[in-house]
Every structure is written in structure tokens, then in C-alpha cells.
Ligand binder design. Structure first.
Ligand code: FAD
Length: 463
């Protein structure tokens, strides 16, 4: 066959070096994966953490505030290791308080660069074998168990042996490669659009918040009463729809119905969550590339819009762009239990709760430029069974790709909840190794007791 007609090639089998032999391998060092590795390594197990970027933190490093440390009733619902990370950041003046927000339940501002440093520090203290710039790309199956993970890096293709694996990739990469049934997006397969965050310096945030507080007719915010801005120096504003309409009429291309500004921790700094591109599949390289290019191209007009129309931005400049395109949604595993939108709406309690969430269903329209929010008024549990995949015996999943529907994912995806799930998965993995059982057979009440002893928050005390 002529080379230009070939659609596939046959790669010859080759012998791979084994680069690590561990008890637990965690793939992905985002909010879920980092907490999972820290929890699993707590009392001396050998734990490897595999991350394809050159730093840890995942979406904790792209300029987002952490949402959901507090419940809709204002109560702290995330404690344990996630709170320890915040305490370390606070000690460096790199995290704000958990602040109630009428729209986002609660926000905790963090300094992205400090997350990378503090994350490394905590992982080193626990002796986690960290492999940066290393991409998980496949598995060797041994019946229903993952026999080895295959990774690729500058060192080439290598294998890792682990008794238990935690998938913290956000995309369910390990689950998918090992044959766990997975779903993507809505029933029509449509996924929430990605956003490339960017940061501006030189913003007069006092002028901005006073305009929001004193001229709500002109500077209209969604849901958040004007008085909130008068009382809080740090805030997220979502809205200014009238300004967008005006700017569009004057020729600006704005890919979002809402102006979304997150005040930073540093004086004059704000993060902008407004680029957006539809139809991107974050599990496909060509699609991701198109998303990176399109969103970067949107920054110029958005910047000019902010400077020209929004009070306080007159002297602003673009100081940095997030290190990668933020992906809201890709794969979700089908696990032992699939959380639904109604579980969130009904504030469901589960006997096997391993974390508590309270963030609303926050669905960014895959087709349009807007967003739908649904509050349930209180908290809901995250059941352990949603972290346990079907089919594969030595795998747990934590983070946004646990077993949920498209709707439920839009609530449990916030980083505080992902961190709490990560801690649970890490502790569960450790218990599975110590007790020589599979995740599906783990005594969840024992896990709950361990979690509570270690400072995590759960609503019910196990018997
Ligand atoms: C634009 C945007 C705005 C958002 N706003 C907020 C907000 O304001 N507050 C909030 O709390 N949440 C917000 N979210 C949601 C939240 O950021 C994510 O749902 C959450 O970070 C998911 O955590 P995770 O640990 O599952 O995955 P991630 O944070 O995505 O981390 C996954 C990690 O795995 C690594 N990885 C992936 N694949 C591989 C592989 N094959 N091999 C090795 N490593 C791999 C990645 O590099 C990454 O470090 C937002 C999300 C987006 C995209």
C-alpha cells in the first residue's frame, strides 16, 4: 500500500523498562490526585504520582478560586487534607479566607504559583515518588486487574507496577484505557465549553466594586445584590450583561453572555473567566489544539472590552495567561453507583458517604454562551460507590470523572469537593492494600471512621 493511503500502522511489540514498583500509583496531580497521593502515603506505603505537566496542582493553577468549602447554609463542609493545603497557603499569604458568596456558595482565593510550591513541599514530606512531565498512555491488563501502567516521557516508554491505581486525570484516562465503561457529556454527547483563563494587573478593583455597589442599574450583576460588593473587597462578579450588549453593538466579539471577573489576592490583580469555545473534546489532541488557539485569539477583544467599558480597568494590562486551556467536562466513568441531578436537588444522604458537597448544578451551555444554575438549599453526600468503577478490580477514580450524570457532574466538579474525594480515594486505597481487599469489597464504615479520625468532614457518624 502507498504510504499516503495508510490510516494505521502496526507498532512492533517491544520490551519496556519498569521505572517504578509501588503499592499505589496515582495518575494526575490535580486537586483530586494530589490529595489522593498525600492520603495514600500517610503512613509509609510506597506511592507514585504521575503528572504530565511540569508542575502539580491541575486546575488549582489556572487562576480559579476554590468554590464550595462552605455549604449553602454557610457551614464548613470540607476539612481534612484540603484544609491543610489552605492552611499552608495562608501561612505564605497565598490564600484568602473561605468567604460566603450569594452566587457561588463560597469562594477561597488562592495564589496559583504558591499551590505548585506548597504541593511539591507536602508531597516530598510524605515521600511520594513524583514523576512530572510523564504522561500515562496505556495499561497492560491481567484479567480484570490492571497489571501495569504504561507511561511516556523524555525517557521513552516505561512501565509501572502498582497494586492499586487511582485515576485523578479528570478525563478518566486510566479507567477508559483499562476498559471501564465511560460516558461523555450530555445524552447527545455535548460537553460544557472550555475556557482559557487570563490575568490582568493594574485594575482599580475598589472603583469596580463601588460602581457595582452604587450603580447597579448600569453595572448589573447576576444574583449577587449590589450591597455585597460594597461590603466585600474580594469578590467574583458575574454579569454586566448590558455592557456586553453595548460592546457587541459597537463591533466587539465577545464569546460569553456574562462578564466574569475574579478579584485576585494581590492588589490590582483580577482573573478573567470569559473566553469560551464550543464543540471541543478535551480528550482529543487536535480538538484541544483548536481550543487553545481559538481562546488565545479571543483575549485581545476581551481585554479591549474590559478596558473600554468596565469601570476600574482603564489602566489594566494582561499580566499572564493560564498555563493551559481549562477543561470543564470530558469522560465520566460508569461506577457502582451513578449520582444524578436529582440526588443533588434532593440533598441526598448515602450510607457510604465519603465527602459532602453543596455547590449547585452549574451547567455552562454546550451550545450557547450562557449558564444554568440550580441550588438545592443544603448539602448532598458523595457516595463511595461512585468512585468505584465497574469491571476493573484494582482501580479507584477521584475528581470530576467519578460516576455521575452530566447534570450531577456540573455540581460535584468544584475543586474543594474534588479534593475531598481525592483524600477519600487515597485512604481507601491504603486500606485496600493493608487489608488485601479490592475497592469494591472495602468496609466503607471503616473508611468513614478513618476519614473522621483524620479530620475529614462527613455529616453522619458511622455506627
Ligand atoms: C474554566 C473553568 C472554570 C472553573 N471554575 C471553577 C471555580 O471557580 N472553582 C472551582 O472550585 N472549580 C472550578 N472549575 C472546576 C474545577 O476546576 C475542575 O472540575 C477540577 O479541577 C477537577 O479536578 P480534578 O482533580 O478531577 O482534575 P484536574 O484539575 O483537571 O487535574 C487533573 C490532572 O491530571 C493531569 N493529567 C491528565 N491526564 C493525564 C495523563 N494522561 N497522564 C498524566 N497526567 C494527566 C493533568 O495535567 C492535571 O494536573 C472550573 C473549571 C474550568 C475548566
Amino acid at each position: 500500500m502507498e504510504i499516503h493511503e495508510a490510516q494505521t500502522v502496526l507498532e512492533p511489540a517491544k520490551t519496556l523498562p519498569v521505572c517504578a514498583k509501588v503499592d499505589v500509583a496515582v495518575v494526575g496531580a490535580g486537586p483530586a490526585g494530589m490529595m489522593a497521593a498525600l492520603a495514600a502515603a500517610e503512613d509509609g506505603l510506597k506511592v507514585a504520582l504521575i503528572e504530565n505537566r511540569g508542575f502539580v496542582g491541575g486546575n488549582l493553577t489556572i487562576g480559579l478560586p476554590i468554590l464550595g468549602f462552605l455549604s449553602q447554609k454557610g457551614k464548613p463542609i470540607i476539612a481534612g487534607l484540603p484544609q491543610k493545603l489552605i492552611d499552608r497557603l495562608k501561612a505564605r499569604n497565598a490564600a484568602g479566607p473561605h468567604q460566603a458568596c450569594p452566587l457561588h456558595v463560597s469562594l477561597t482565593l488562592i495564589e496559583p504559583e504558591a499551590v505548585k510550591a506548597v504541593g511539591l513541599e507536602m508531597l516530598a514530606e510524605r515521600g511520594v515518588d513524583l514523576m512530572l512531565n510523564t504522561m500515562f498512555c496505556g495499561v497492560l491488563m491481567d484479567g480484570n486487574r490492571i497489571g501495569a501502567l504504561i507511561v511516556e516521557s523524555k525517557s521513552g516508554r516505561e512501565a509501572i507496577f502498582a497494586d492499586l491505581i487511582i485515576d485523578g486525570t479528570g478525563d478518566g484516562d486510566v479507567a477508559f484505557q483499562s476498559g471501564v465503561p465511560c460516558e461523555k457529556g450530555s445524552e447527545q454527547g455535548k460537553m460544557q465549553p472550555p475556557t482559557l483563563m487570563f490575568c490582568l494587573g493594574g485594575v482599580d478593583t475598589e472603583r469596580l466594586r463601588m460602581s457595582l455597589a452604587n450603580e447597579p442599574e448600569t453595572y448589573d450583576a447576576d444574583f449577587i445584590p449590589a450591597g455585597y460588593f460594597g461590603q466585600n473587597r474580594r469578590f467574583i462578579v458575574v454579569g454586566l450583561r448590558k455592557l456586553i450588549t453595548q460592546a457587541r453593538a459597537e463591533g466587539f466579539v465577545i464569546p460569553n453572555e456574562r462578564t466574569i471577573i475574579i478579584s485576585g489576592l494581590r492588589e490590582g490583580e483580577v482573573w478573567i473567566n470569559m473566553t469560551r469555545v464550543k464543540g471541543i473534546d478535551g480528550t482529543e489532541s487536535r480538538s484541544l489544539t483548536a481550543g487553545e488557539i481559538e481562546t488565545r485569539g479571543q483575549i485581545d477583544d476581551l481585554f479591549r472590552y474590559l478596558v473600554g467599558y468596565v469601570p476600574g480597568f482603564e489602566k489594566a494590562f494582561v499580566s499572564k495567561v493560564a498555563p493551559f486551556l481549562g477543561i470543564r467536562e470530558t469522560r465520566r466513568i460508569v461506577g457502582q453507583y451513578t449520582m444524578t441531578g436529582d440526588d443533588i436537588r434532593n440533598c441526598c444522604r448515602f450510607d457510604d458517604a465519603i465527602a459532602v458537597g453543596s455547590y449547585p448544578i452549574d451547567l455552562h451551555s454546550p451550545d450557547g454562551n450562557d449558564c444554568k444554575l440550580e441550588w438545592c438549599g443544603d448539602c448532598y453526600d458523595i457516595p463511595y460507590r461512585s468512585l468505584v468503577p465497574q469491571q476493573v478490580e484494582n482501580l479507584l477514580v477521584a475528581g470530576r470523572s467519578i460516576s455521575t450524570t452530566h447534570e450531577a457532574m456540573a455540581a460535584i466538579r468544584v475543586m474543594s469537593t474534588c479534593m475531598a474525594m481525592g483524600e477519600a480515594a487515597g485512604r481507601a486505597a491504603k486500606m485496600c492494600i493493608r487489608e488485601k481487599v479490592s475497592p469494591v469489597d472495602l468496609d466503607v464504615h471503616k473508611l468513614q471512621k478513618e476519614m473522621l479520625n483524620c479530620g475529614a468532614y462527613l455529616r453522619s457518624q458511622p455506627e
